[in-house]
Ligand binder design. Sequence first.
Ligand code: URA
Length: 229
Amino acid sequence: MQNSYKRVDAHLSSLGYCTRSEAKKFLSKNMVCIDGVRVFDVREKAYHNDITVENEPLDAENLLILMNKPSGAVCSHNDVGVLIYSLLPQRYQNRNPKISTVGRLDADTTGAILLTDDGELNHKLTSPKSDVLKVYEATLVQPLRGDETEIFASGELMLHGEKKPLLPAKMEIINPTLVRLEICEGRYHQVKRMFGAVGNRVVALHRVSFGDFSVEDLKPSEYKVINFP
Ligand code: URA
């Protein structure tokens, strides 16, 4: 865990409490303390862990958040419609560096999405070399025809426009139009394209888990802060 030493205004602005130019006013309006002693001078330096705001410790220096993404929210910083970031507290939205999603889910896909301001961690989790297991529940427009489990498991399925076949994926049939699919890649619209390749269409897609992180205990739009690794 980081515990950086810098000016109070730098701490407050990078964590989204206020901008650097608002810091003086913030200190006069809020009880900001270093080691329990109230500060009024924005230039005072301190370790992150020694600062409190209104008797609460500062937000963590690096954030990792698990959200149950609702349908309609967009995983982008600049798009039309409801941006997923707008579902987070304003302070998190103001952070610098910014919080970004770890990979993306389509606007109509629901479920597990991680968000972090740690670029290195984000890169690690989204790199093609990372083999994070993602579990999806896909609802299909028409009943399975019967050979899908074998095709997905084969490691030979080639998606349109791609040069490499997909890695083997495990499919469990819940009922003829509902499946649970485990994949460890994250290609563009992968699940929808997989079912497209076998003559079907996904009408609802929910990501149950991303690696160890499951949204089974989170309602749509709910999130929780994960203790940083
Ligand atoms: N596969 C898709 O097709 N869409 C998603 O949002 C995620 C995986």
